[in-house]
Design a binder for this molecule. Structure first.
Ligand code: ZN
Ligand code: ZN
Length: 422
């Protein structure tokens, strides 16, 4: 047995001189969040990510950060709740904390989320309690979600190679080998392994912009996904705009909300989705693994849903509100994306969503509209944008999927063939 201090020291030693970890931190501050001098920064992270959070703080202060505030979560403390809390606990969430975060965003605080939790953390816990706690948290955090999906401020998400997560991705390796292997996969996918990651992202953003420009010029009214048990027609919102890579927040700062990111995405029409979709990768949702999802949409809403694993939690998610049964995002990712080519299943949306085309249930990004800064919440709904307390991406793409774009006059154009841009 080792005490906390020794454990900390071992972790620090393992990462202390890791050049790629430092590059990831620098990339995250300069390109991801794109922190400006004087801005405050709020970081959320699992406690084991402390070595990365310290590098982030270093680069943030070098960029002139006001105050950097880390909020750490501990998986052991989360588990203690499920094991020992009174039943009423599961209908509660820390409203005060989310209100404080919303207040911080209103004062122009930038936001950085570090993910890296165990995708299976809650797999042995009562799914009813997990579903209730997720719902309570979605409700309590609505003001935060609103500000993030509206891009009020610059924000970004990056990943830390958490040990439990690493063992899920590389079950045959030793603890240290698994963590280093996941770290390498994260650095590679994030382009932090290159000599000049910041320049690489400028180039990458240019390529994504080419795709979004083409799609915006076509302004399809719908996309049809078919193959591999999926036949889904996704109507697109009126005045929708395709986005990808860098994004200008309402405070005028251009940030890269996801590192890595290979997707281009837009807003579907909440009332115009028809057909059947099957998931092509497991979805890790708040510590529960949900596999083999199959849903049927009628007039935009899911009328039937099954999953071979995690079905209880998935059905509870759909019951969060009316918008949780409707689409808020559709995203295109070629099968040749570097993350897809790595052949790894990450069990983490930040990575897996960049390996396959996907859809998201719930809240839309109001930024994915032409002249979005002048649109009110009512304008967004009127154009077909979905409203919900959740936003959950899951993968429907594979090398078996073809996608057609449907134009206003009903004619079709190939967009994807066998999982690649046509
Ligand atoms: Zn997405
Ligand atoms: Zn999404």
């Amino acid at each position: 047995m080792i005490d906390q201090k020794t454990g900390d020291k071992m972790q620090n030693k393992m990462w202390e001189n890791n050049a790629a970890l430092d590059k990831l931190a620098e990339l995250s501050i300069k390109t991801g969040v794109a922190l400006t001098a004087g801005q405050e920064l709020l970081i959320t992270a699992p406690c084991e990510a402390a070595p990365l959070v310290r590098r982030l703080a270093y680069h943030a202060y070098k960029e002139g950060a006001g105050v950097v505030t880390p909020l750490f979560s501990d998986p052991e403390v989360t588990l203690m709740r499920y094991r020992h809390a009174r039943p009423e606990s599961f209908d509660h969430a820390t409203q005060w904390l989310f209100d404080g975060m919303a207040q911080a965003f209103d004062a122009n605080t930038a936001r950085l989320a570090v993910v890296g939790e165990d995708p299976m953390l809650l797999s042995q816990q009562n799914p009813g309690n997990v579903g209730r706690a997720n719902q309570a948290m979605s409700k309590a955090s609505s003001a935060v979600r609103e500000r993030i999906t509206r891009f009020d401020i610059n924000w970004s998400i990056i990943a830390w190679p958490g040990l439990a997560w690493a063992k899920q991705v590389f079950p045959l390796l030793s603890d240290e080998e698994a963590q280093l292997a996941l770290a390498d996969a994260i650095f590679k996918a994030s382009r932090a392994d290159l000599d000049d990651p910041i320049a690489a992202w400028v180039e990458h953003n240019k390529n994504l912009r080419m795709r979004t420009d083409w799609l915006n010029k076509k302004s399809f009214v719908a996309l049809r996904f078919y193959g591999g048990g999926t036949d889904l027609t996704v109507g697109l919102a009126r005045d929708h705009e395709w986005m990808g890579g860098a994004s200008v927040a309402r405070n005028g700062i251009t940030c890269n909300p996801n590192i890595p990111s290979e997707e281009v995405f837009t807003t579907p029409h909440a009332l115009k989705v028809e057909g059947t979709a099957r998931s092509t990768k497991p979805l890790s949702y708040q510590g529960t693994l949900i596999e083999d999802i199959c849903v049927t949409f009628k007039a935009g809403s899911i009328t039937e849903a099954t999953a071979s694993r995690g079905e209880d939690v998935f059905l509870k998610l759909l019951d969060t509100d009316d918008g949780a049964r409707r689409l808020g995002e559709v995203a295109l990712v070629p099968n040749s994306s570097p993350i897809s080519q790595s052949g790894l299943l990450f069990y983490n949306t930040l990575f897996d969503e960049n390996a396959a085309c996907h859809i998201a249930l719930g809240q839309c990004y109001s930024k994915c509209f032409r002249n979005s800064e002048n649109l009110s919440a009512e304008d967004i709904v009127e154009r077909g944008g979905n409203v919900s307390m959740v936003h959950v991406d899951w993968m429907i793409g594979s090398e078996e999927i073809d996608i057609d774009g449907i134009a206003e006059d009903g004619s079709t154009i190939s967009v994807f063939r066998k999982g690649e841009w046509a």
